[in-house]
Design a protein around this ligand. Structure first.
Ligand SMILES: C[S@@+](CC[C@H](N)C(=O)[O-])C[C@H]1O[C@@H](n2cnc3c(N)ncnc32)[C@H](O)[C@@H]1O
Length: 433
């Protein structure tokens, strides 16, 4: 990342000259843009999106870090050492450092901050940048350099260094606090984990390692992709988290930032004693309803044909495909293209809903009533909602429920990923539609 390195060097020069100046920080900085959007902007300008995705390099905006650390104690005395195992350019530690004490002398301030702030990142230039920004933050908050001691950036923040964050988590963090916005890319763990098969999200690996290996009482604040909160693939991970973390907050944030199209949530909790099983309470990952649910009235399943994978053989039947049927209204399946396949057939009347949709999409959760032919094949991009009593009237009631504003709001909260799931539709509360 040569272009970005030039920016990192310029920030280091700025920090080094501020460390040896005796001016007050407030005079040194016209603006404190270096604490927020500037770094992400420089990264976007210098490093192509594909490379940033591969490395998971997306820095947390001040809005998101404030939301994530809203409950962080604003104490007079430091709360104890804090680790960010994927520290990037230090944004989460910057938020933490906003509530660390500032002494009049810069050296004593940075000594204290250095003992409290710990981080790892596999990208050494990010680590250099994190240190420079933290030093600049201390100066901008009013710590004044004295002539007495010469400070070199390299010697500051000895706990922040290049390295693998999973390794540091796996060796057991005993410092007391972990904050993280880990990479969201997919990798094979390389070792067996009880809650995942095959490729898994790196964020899930960071989360599980933090909870599994940190000492009891460690507080955790994590920014994570929504798929971990609601995706069926992470059900076992959520069960593991519920068992080992006393969860105190699960909050959806929405889109990561204006340039990064991933919805995220924040998770806050305290690591439990491994032996304490009796209070393994069920975590409220989403709002649940004790009343009647859609899944009690209808059988919900995914269409069984995977068009490009499934060989065309057997008898021919009408084939429903998401891109060919109307959004809402009725559809006579006898008009549909035909296809051969020996798989599950659906008998009308039933309702289909598109699986692919994003929160707040107009099309999200809109049901189309299917009638017409006997025996219909349905592609796997559609969810099928078949009333248990088989009646047309129940289909209409399900469609009305699905399109009601309350249901749409509930669905956006329940599942912020791109795919609606069978589980989410089954759990949909039967609001008075
Ligand atoms: C989403 S960014 C977040 C950075 C920072 N914590 C923040 O909130 O802005 C994730 C960071 O993880 C780093 N990373 C990727 N794999 C890592 C690993 N195995 N160990 C440590 N850091 C890693 C990336 O270089 C990137 O800086």
């Amino acid at each position: 990342m040569p272009d970005f390195d030039a920016y990192v060097s310029s920030m280091e020069e700025r920090a080094s000259s501020a460390l040896s100046s005796t001016s007050n920080g407030a005079d040194l900085f016209g603006s404190v843009d270096f604490l927020d959007g500037q770094v992400s902007r420089k990264l976007r300008e210098a490093v192509p999106l594909g490379v940033r995705r591969e490395r998971g390099a997306f820095f947390t905006s001040s809005d998101l870090r404030t939301a994530a650390l809203v409950a962080w104690p604003r104490a007079e005395t430091p709360v104890g050492p804090v680790l960010d195992p994927a520290v990037g350019a230090g944004d989460l530690l910057i938020e933490v450092a906003q509530s660390l004490p500032v002494f009049s002398g810069l050296d004593s301030t940075l000594d204290l901050w250095g003992s409290q702030l710990h981080g790892r990142d596999i990208e050494p230039s990010f680590v250099r940048l994190a240190k420079a920004r933290l030093a600049l933050l201390a100066i901008s908050r009013g710590a004044v350099p004295t002539n007495g001691r010469r400070m070199r950036l390299d010697d500051l923040f000895p706990g922040i260094m290049a390295g693998d964050g999973i390794d540091v988590l796996n060796s057991g963090w005993e410092g007391g606090h972990i904050v993280m916005n880990p990479p969201f890319g997919y990798h094979s763990p390389g070792f067996a984990v009880e809650w995942a098969n095959g490729r898994t999200n790196m964020a899930a690996m960071f989360l599980a390692s933090a909870i599994e290996h940190s000492t009891a009482g460690t507080s955790l604040t994590a920014i994570l992709p929504e798929v971990i909160r609601t995706g069926s693939r992470y059900r076992r991970l959520r069960a593991f988290v519920s068992e080992r973390l006393r969860v105190v907050g699960v909050e959806s944030f929405g889109r990561f930032d204006a340039w990064t199209d991933v919805d995220v949530f924040t998770l806050r909790g305290v690591v439990k004693e491994v032996s304490v099983k009796e209070d393994s309470e069920t975590v409220e990952w989403w709002q649940r309803s004790n009343g009647r649910k859609l899944g009690e009235e209808c059988d919900i399943s995914v269409g069984s044909v995977v068009p490009h994978r499934d060989e065309e053989s057997g008898e021919e039947y009408p084939f429903l495909q998401a891109r060919q049927i109307p959004l809402g209204g009725d559809y006579d399946a006898s008009q549909a293209e035909k296809r051969r396949f020996t798989s599950r057939l659906f008998e009308p009347p039933f309702v289909v809903v598109r699986r692919t949709s994003r929160p707040a999409d107009r099309a999200r959760g809109i049901g189309t009533l299917i009638n017409g032919a006997d025996g219909i094949l349905v592609e796997n991009h559609l969810l099928v909602c078949k009333p248990k009593d088989g009646s047309l009237e129940s289909c209409h009631r399900a469609i009305a429920l699905l399109r009601s504003p309350k249901s749409r709001e509930w669905l956006d909260q329940r599942i912020r990923c791109r795919h609606l799931t069978v589980g989410a539709l089954r759990e949909m509360p039967w609001f008075d539609a």
